[in-house]
Design a protein around this ligand. Structure first.
Ligand code: AMP
Length: 214
């Protein structure tokens, strides 16, 4: 299988080849077509599996085919447990979107909010965020969540372990009811399954690591 056979656009294929990737990883082969079909996806995937490109590439393709929104709006929201992961995920979005006009930014706690508020002012296509700082900025009206079309919970098990479940629910309550939802997790505890059942609509399950049970 090749990235081209996944029907990704030339702009994305160019960025993928610049990264030096030849073949889509197992999780990418499974998740990219489903996400492009606009399905909700529940994916079992660990760090190192290539999961980030597994959601970033199809999200960029979907967003690139639609008009950009303006003024504090966000079209795709990626929630991650830590600032390090948030920064890494946003770096990948930046790399893959190099040959498009899509804009991404990242927000996380522990640093000044003003540069983040400025970066959100004109709206972004992709926002990668940790839950607490996102809620702070939302309360300050630095951004609107009313136009989010795609939500990703990345490393959802770690977010639950870190006690973010209430923040995640508060964030989801601000999103439009009609949207695409993607949940990536290394493990599938009872809590993850409960969270998934609460906000995914008829999800397709994807597993790239057979040793995990879903
Ligand atoms: P992740 O599991 O998303 O944290 O990705 C792990 C690493 O694999 C990252 O450094 C990616 O840049 C890299 N990567 C992602 N997809 C591919 C691929 N198809 N071929 C080679 N490397 C990849």
């Amino acid at each position: 299988m090749t990235f081209k056979s996944l029907e990704l656009s030339n702009a994305l294929l160019k960025a993928i080849s610049k990264k030096g990737y030849d073949t889509p990883s197992a999780i990418q082969q499974k998740s990219i077509p489903l996400i492009l079909e606009r399905k909700d996806v529940l994916a079992s995937a660990q760090t190192g599996s290539g999961k980030t490109a597994g959601f970033a590439l199809p999200i960029l393709q979907i967003l690139n085919g639609q008009p950009t929104l303006r003024k504090r709006t966000v079209r795709a929201l990626i929630l991650t447990p830590t600032r390090e992961l948030a920064a890494q995920v946003e770096d990948e979005f930046k790399d893959y979107s190099e040959f498009t006009n899509l804009r991404s930014t990242v927000v996380f706690g522990g640093v000044g909010a003003n540069p983040q508020i400025r970066a959100l002012r004109n709206g972004v296509d992709v926002l990668v965020a940790t839950p607490g700082r996102l809620l702070d900025l939302h309360q300050q009206k630095a951004l609107s969540l009313s136009k989010v079309d795609i939500l990703v919970l990345d490393e959802a098990d770690r977010m639950l372990d870190m006690g973010f479940v209430r923040d995640i629910k508060k964030i989801i309550a601000q999103l439009p009811a009609k949207r695409q939802n993607l949940l990536f997790s290394a493990t599938f505890s009872k809590e993850i399954k409960k969270l998934a059942s609460e906000f995914l609509h008829h999800p397709v399950m994807v597993e790239a690591t057979p040793e995990n049970t879903t």
